[in-house]
Design a protein around this ligand. Structure first.
Ligand code: SAH
Length: 252
């Protein structure tokens, strides 16, 4: 059996209780060493075999899983954040299907949630934005043309950019082709929830410059939108005049 487990954004106590138990019971752990906090490995049993996938190919990862399965062992595949985002899990699961190896999936706290927490921010403010666009700049992995940042920027919605900190001049130019302006609030969150976390509040016009000043070029998220500003509408749900299934409104 292979358990895919989301490690969370960094802080070792932000893994789920279920994920932690799986780590404690694993015979084999394959962790994404470039981003998973190694402190999580302290949960491993003394005789657990630990592999860092940062130095492995997909084929090597599958070989380790296959060998463990043959010996009736349990493997945890530990991915950063939540593995449904930029996790490269599908290709592993499809190969496990071909090999007839069973697996399951335990979610984690994605770094985009860790970054919101670092700012104590709400992405979906009434009267500001009710949508979150999660995307990235094209790097070595291409992004379909229809998903260009400039296309999403037309909506002016809350935007979270993964994997793009090295390309901030291009990011700025793409963002400015839509609804955002140079003054639209933005933030750079480096290593959210790690001890070395850094939060840089800036604007769309100063993203590249501020990242350079702070020496941030990777392991960061770029957040964009007026949810980082000061204006919003209060929620209807908690408004005294609003009647819900659970509460009678008191005012007309
Ligand atoms: N599955 C992961 C994302 C993996 S892609 C998740 O759900 O978070 C790797 C990218 O995620 C990094 O380049 C960076 O943009 C972002 N990232 C991962 N952990 C981060 C953290 N703690 N703080 C800020 N950004 C992070």
């Amino acid at each position: 059996m292979v358990h895919f487990v989301g490690a969370g954004p960094g802080a070792p106590d932000l893994i789920t209780v279920r994920g932690a138990k799986m780590l404690e019971q694993a015979d084999v752990i394959i962790y994404a060493g470039s981003l998973v906090n190694p402190a999580l490995l302290e949960r491993a049993q003394a005789n657990c075999a630990v592999y860092n996938s940062a130095t492995m190919t997909l084929e090597q990862v599958i070989d380790v899983m296959r060998a463990a399965e043959k010996e009736g062992k349990t493997t945890v595949r530990l991915h950063t954040g939540d593995m449904s985002l930029y996790g490269a899990i599908r290709e592993q699961m499809d190969r496990l299907d071909e090999l007839g190896i069973a697996y399951d999936d335990t979610p984690g706290v994605s770094s985009f949630c860790g970054a919101a927490a670092a700012l104590c921010a709400e992405y979906t403010l009434p009267g500001v934005s009710q949508s979150v666009v999660i995307t990235r700049m094209a790097g070595r992995t291409p992004v379909p043309e229809r998903e260009r940042i400039s296309n999403f920027a037309r909506h002016g919605a809350t935007m979270v950019l993964f994997l793009s900190t090295g390309l901030l001049e291009e990011v700025q130019a793409e963002l400015l082709q839509g609804e955002y302006t140079e003054q639209t609030p933005a933030a750079i969150v480096y290593k959210a929830t790690w001890p070395e976390e850094k939060v840089v509040r800036c604007t769309v016009g100063t993203l590249a410059e501020r990242a350079k000043q702070e020496g941030i070029h990777k392991t960061a998220l770029i957040l964009v939108g007026d949810f980082l500003g000061t204006e919003y509408d209060r929620s209807l749900l908690y408004h005294p005049a609003f009647t819900t299934e659970f509460r009678e409104g008191t005012e007309k």
